[in-house]
Write a protein that binds this ligand. Structure first.
Ligand code: NAD
Ligand code: ZN
Ligand code: ZN
Length: 378
């Protein structure tokens, strides 16, 4: 038996004894987890806003040591330190072949996209546990260099939020000398700010109302925009000669709320349409869902909201969306971490033992001051 963080219902998770993860197919590897993160995506499940099954082990941001490989695994070796993309891909379907590993057609039959410990993303347990089974290990595992342990806080971000933030800037096609506005200063928004800098953006604005997170945005050389201190769209227009930013990134998702706490799923998208200049592109990496039965209004229950399409069309804007294809970027971003050119670990606020996971979930979900990114060590 192993210890793992199990979902029991809304705001009810605990570390329990569950059967050990094990090799089930010859293409699997078994990982002893050294670090596993809590993600903003976990909070949608934690708050009971998905149909994740009770009894599921959560955790899709995983890193650890390979302790066993199946007979069909050639590249990955026992003893390797690896970081796992949150998406599980097969490597041979139409989408994986095209690099769209977030939309694998094999790993979650009948759907496009699989992940560890996640609602609607296949039967896979997560890595907030002592052990993790990694399917199609040769394809999925990113092997880390010899400084893996020393830079663990940085490398573990390759599992999700760093590539996802980067994906937001790729969907928006952020280029040199451009201005970018990012909605959301959570871990994903902060990683998008870091990525926009990496791609040579000139001005980077980050919108939120959590002062601790806005401070981190400032540390990343971005301009914090506090929307509780005045309309964020107007603040962006004022800072860009009335034109709007060249590009935009959505890093909040369907549980976006106004600064009084009222949920408004269309708020960030429609604000981006206003705050981005004509012909600008918007990358949406915040998660939106096709069904949300617990939502406050009838439209939102069906995953819908009023979209300001007239303005979007008149401005000739374009929008890219979806889960990050982590494997498209994780190798290159790993190299930048190795060479000391990126340090995504600077946003880590708490490192807890796995046994303290439930407390970590609660405090991160309450967005307690200073709880930016939580790492768990089994
Ligand atoms: N596309 C992907 O592959 C992918 C991967 C990881 C996470 N995500 C999603 O990205 C989103 C962000 O993740 P995170 O870990 O940063 O989450 P988080 O919940 O920690 O951060 C969200 C931030 O948005 C802020 N916010 C809420 N409403 C706002 C509004 N109207 N305007 C401005 N800011 C607002 C909150 O204060 C918070 O700081 C989530 O929806 C998550 O599920 C997507
Ligand atoms: Zn995540
Ligand atoms: Zn595939």
């Amino acid at each position: 038996m192993m210890r793992a963080l199990v979902y029991h219902g809304p705001k009810n998770v605990s570390v329990d004894e569950v059967p050990d993860a094990k090799i089930e197919k010859p293409t699997d590897a078994l990982i002893k987890i050294t670090t596993t993160n809590i993600c903003g995506s976990d909070l949608h499940m934690y708050e009971g806003r998905t149909d994740v099954e009770e009894g599921k082990v959560l955790g899709h941001e995983n890193m650890g040591e390979v302790i066993e490989v199946g007979d069909g695994v050639d590249r990955v070796k026992v003893g390797d330190m690896v970081c796992l993309p949150f998406n599980i891909g097969c490597g041979f379907c139409k989408n994986c072949e095209a690099g769209r590993t977030g939309f694998c057609l094999t790993a979650n039959p009948g759907n496009a996209g699989a992940a560890y410990g996640y609602a609607d993303m296949g039967p896979y347990n997560g890595g907030q546990a002592e052990l993790l089974r990694v399917p199609y290990a040769d394809w999925n595992a990113l092997v880390l260099p010899e400084d893996a342990r020393e830079k663990e806080k940085d490398y573990v971000m390759l599992s999700d939020i760093l590539p996802t933030g980067y994906h937001g800037t790729e969907l928006a096609q952020v280029g040199i000398g451009e201005s970018v506005v990012i909605w959301g200063a959570g871990p994903v928004g902060l990683m998008a700010a870091m990525s926009a800098r990496l791609r040579g953006a000139d001005q980077v604005f980050v919108v939120d109302r959590q002062s601790d997170r806005l401070k981190l945005a400032e540390q990343l050389d971005a301009t914090p925009i506090d929307d509780s201190k005045g309309d964020a769209v107007q603040q962006i227009l004022d800072a860009t000669r009335g034109e709007g930013a060249d590009k935009g990134v959505e890093a909040v998702g369907y549980q976006a709320h106004d600064h009084e706490g009222q949920e408004r799923p269309g708020l960030t998208i429609n604000s981006l349409i206003q705050a981005v200049r004509p012909t600008g592109r918007i990358g949406v990496v915040g998660v939106f869902v096709p069904e949300d039965p617990e939502a406050e209004d009838d439209l939102a229950k069906e995953g819908k909201f009023g979209f300001d399409f007239g303005t979007f069309f008149f401005k000739g804007q374009a929008m890219g969306t979806g889960q990050c294809n982590t494997k498209q970027y994780n190798r290159q971003l790993r190299n930048l971490i190795h060479r000391g050119k990126l340090n995504p670990g600077l946003i880590v606020s708490h490192e807890l033992n796995l046994d303290q996971a439930a407390e970590g979930y609660k405090n991160f979900d309450d967005r307690l001051d200073g709880w930016t990114k939580v790492l768990l060590h089994p």
